[in-house]
Design a protein around this ligand. Structure first.
Ligand code: ZN
Ligand code: ZN
Length: 102
């Protein structure tokens, strides 16, 4: 397993402040620059060896062209909702026609 590509911590350790890989526990987005991010939040996650969202794509089966080495993060952010209690993305399918319609 590799160290975090930005702040360099080994797998299992929490990211250093200002790391642009860390995910915000509050909104699921990038922690760096998020107004809702609290550096003292106990839910801050350690570096897992994967980019935030990749494990969610694997759980939900979101892959580009079905290729399991290419997690489809765009689809994750488009179709899922961040669940701050579970600290994970959850599929939130809109009613039929809601996204394309109007
Ligand atoms: Zn980091
Ligand atoms: Zn946030």
């Amino acid at each position: 397993m590799k160290n975090c590509p930005d702040c360099g911590v080994p797998v299992g350790e929490k990211h250093k402040d200002g790391c642009d890989v860390e995910r915000c526990p509050h909104c699921g987005g990038q922690a760096l620059g998020c107004v809702g991010f609290d550096p003292n939040d106990p839910r801050r996650e350690p570096w897992t060896g994967k980019w935030p969202g990749e494990a969610d794509c694997e759980r939900l089966g979101f892959f580009i062209n079905g290729d399991r080495s290419l997690p489809d993060l765009n689809r994750l952010f488009a179709e899922c909702r961040w669940n701050p209690e579970q600290q994970r993305w959850e599929h939130d399918p809109a009613p039929a026609g809601w996204r394309r319609g109007h």
